[in-house]
Design a protein around this ligand. Structure first.
Ligand code: T5A
Length: 210
């Protein structure tokens, strides 16, 4: 059985990851491939329960370490029960966020460092990497306008953090991609959805066709 490919879509809030995940799945299905779209935190019943704890935390919220552990625990269940079985069936998996979100948010902006996140990921998910991690870059003003149009002034516990935190997230994604040009594709997410989709298809063809 040919193993399917695993694509992660990454970037800040409102960068267009969910929109692009659906467009990519439908393009792959038109080519006769089976693609599943999943998300993090979430993707399995257990990981979705942890998602609620993370995005709408009880009481005074989580400390940095507890937050990172919860993301790693959710990811472990997601990998074991959803991602790995799908790849073994030969399906493509498109995940709206994966471990590079933990590296950028908890490791970079949250100050825990990349080694800590990488070690947690080795314990939780055997260090699994996507075949390609696609970082959608959109400037903060444009994503704020998109999110205001969609959500008004509501946001979750992490999306609602200050501008400095989100600027540090964006810098971390840029640095992670620069350090691993084969593992990442950085895409300008500011155009119309179909334009962004065309760039993603080019990146996939360039990096993954053999
Ligand atoms: N997190 C997550 C961590 O801190 N560590 C981790 O390890 C992980 C996995 C997840 C939160 O958790 C944090 C990061 C997040 O803060 P979430 O609800 O999943 O929370 O948040 P996001 O992943 O940011 O999801 P969003 O839905 O907010 O953003 P998307 O998916 O990037 O954007 P999308 O496609 O929903 O689009 C947003 C709006 O813009 C429009 C869409 O129609 C939509 O209304 N849009 C466009 N408009 C114009 N041009 C385009 N090209 C557009 N593309 C989309």
């Amino acid at each position: 059985m040919v193993r399917g490919r695993f694509i992660a879509l990454e970037g800040g809030e409102g960068a267009g990851k969910s929109t692009q995940a659906k467009l990519l799945a439908s393009a792959l299905e038109k080519r006769g491939l089976t693609a599943i779209v999943t998300r993090e935190p979430g993707g399995t019943p257990g990981a979705e329960a942890i998602r609620s704890l993370l995005l709408d935390p009880p009481g005074e919220g989580w400390g940095a370490q507890a937050e990172a552990l919860l993301f790693a625990a959710a990811r472990s269940d997601h990998v074991e029960r959803c991602i790995r079985p799908a790849l073994e069936r030969g399906d493509w998996v498109i995940s709206d966020r994966f471990v590079d979100s933990s590296r950028a948010y908890q490791g970079g902006a949250g100050g825990l460092g990349d080694d800590t996140i990488t070690r947690l990921h080795a314990i939780g998910s055997d260090g699994m990497r996507p075949d390609l991690s696609i970082v959608l870059q959109v400037d903060a003003k444009q994503t704020a306008a998109r999110l205001a149009a969609r959500d008004g002034d509501t946001s979750d516990a992490i999306g609602g953090r200050d501008l400095a935190y989100h600027a540090a997230v964006a810098q971390s994604f840029t640095r992670l991609a620069a350090d691993d040009p084969k593992g990442f594709a950085v895409i300008d997410g500011s155009g119309r959805p179909e334009q962004v989709h065309a760039q993603i298809m080019t990146a996939i063809n360039d990096r993954l066709e053999s």
